[in-house]
Write a protein that binds this ligand. Structure first.
Ligand code: ADP
Length: 364
């Protein structure tokens, strides 16, 4: 288990990281999510022992790592550009950490490890890792002949080869195009789970964090402002700043919020016939106490059966849907989604259905 306690890093008078207290239980993946410049990479480097701590401690399995140099921490790092060795083929890259591995005097002899030192065992291990990352038979390929996604898979295999006690990932998929990023994120998640790897990921991409991590920590200006299980942060952002960063795009208060909630309740089958109590509860959440209803685009869908009505302001295709800006009657301008094949133009009237999934209440 990785434990960060009150970690702070300064560069002269710049406070890059302040008061960071987080834990990553063994076998889990934590994503630190935040905008560029918020201190994510500095935190990652501090954990790796590449930046000096101004305050606090970094401990692994109860041992304070102060004074333990980077190469003795047993961590592996993976960056967005993979940083593969160009002069080695794929197998050579993956073999590299295996050849660096020194016998650890603290460990009892491990026959399995000893066997791995034999050349045939190393070859076997390389092939096993290539299979794990979905590139069987790629060992003799030159790095320059690989696509960006394949290079990142090799970088992952190389990171896993050292059987790290902790894998540190710095925006591992950011350099890839969107569709590849989505596919590789799912694969990476599967590989980390399958290998039981404890990992800390830093990223500015909320989808990447959501797909990869068990837990999520939101970082702004060097500080963690919310952390918890990914699903919890995703559905219950603590502040508007967090909500905006994880993809909520519409924020409503007062009557507009009540109108959308009423439409949501009427359309949720499970709540039909409950005498309106859910609607009342929903209303009270945004009534007078200054709280806000936050909506993801997916919470509002253009649908002829919807009970809300509005006028299209603009519409544009995104990967598998149409993103619509709508002026909803009695609500105001909101973001919504329409079916991929919808033909909507500015000025068109349409109906909208509100879905509870994709809505969150923000406190005052
Ligand atoms: P992120 O990874 O979230 O983009 P960084 O950790 O790279 O953010 O940077 C956090 C802050 O620390 C920024 O203000 C950045 O300019 C500053 N910073 C990072 N590295 C250094 C350095 N080596 N010297 C001085 N300032 C730095």
């Amino acid at each position: 288990m990785l434990e960060l306690n009150d970690v702070g890093v300064r560069f002269g008078s710049t406070v890059a990281v302040a008061d960071v207290t987080l834990t990553v239980p063994e076998g889990e993946v934590l994503a630190v999510l935040g905008p560029s410049g918020c201190g994510k990479s500095t935190l990652l480097r501090a954990i790796a022992g590449l930046e000096e701590l101004a305050t606090g401690t970094v401990a692994l399995d109860g041992t304070d790592l102060a004074g333990v140099p980077t190469h003795r921490r047993g961590f592996a790092l993976m960056f967005q550009d993979g940083q593969l060795f160009r002069h080695l083929d794929v197998a050579g890259n993956i073999r590299y950490p295996l050849s660096l591995r020194r016998p650890n005097p603290d460990r009892r002899p491990n026959p399995d490890r000893a066997r791995r030192a034999a050349p045939s065992a190393v070859t076997e291990r390389v092939e096993e890792l290539l299979e794990t990352v979905g590139l069987p038979g790629y060992g003799s390929r030159e790095v320059s002949t690989l696509s960006g996604g394949e290079q990142q898979r090799v970088a992952l295999a190389r990171a896993l080869a050292a059987e790290p006690r902790l894998l540190l990932l710095d925006e591992p998929l950011s350099a890839l195009d969107r569709s590849l990023r989505e596919r590789l994120a799912g694969d990476l998640r599967g590989i980390l789970t399958q290998t039981g790897t404890t990992a800390l990921l830093v990223t500015h991409d909320h989808d990447e964090a959501f797909t990869l991590a068990d837990r999520m920590a939101l970082m702004f200006d060097g500080r963690i402002v919310q952390h918890g299980p990914t699903q919890e942060v995703w559905t219950r952002p603590a502040t508007r700043q967090v909500a905006e960063f994880i993809g909520f795009s519409t924020f409503l208060t007062g009557d507009p919020a009540r109108r959308v909630l009423a439409a949501t309740e009427a359309r949720t089958p499970r709540q039909a016939g409950t005498g309106g109590s859910s609607a009342d509860a929903g209303r009270s959440t945004v009534d007078g106490d200054g709280s806000t209803l936050a909506l993801r685009r997916s919470a509002l869908r253009v649908d002829p059966a919807g009970s809300l009505e509005g006028t299209v302001v603009s519409a544009g295709a995104i990967s598998d849907a149409v993103r619509v800006e709508l002026d909803l009657d009695g609500v105001g301008v909101v973001e919504a989604l329409a079916d991929q094949h919808a033909t909507l133009r500015a000025g068109d009237r349409c109906r909208v259905r509100a879905h509870a999934v994709g809505m969150a209440r923000l406190g005052p």
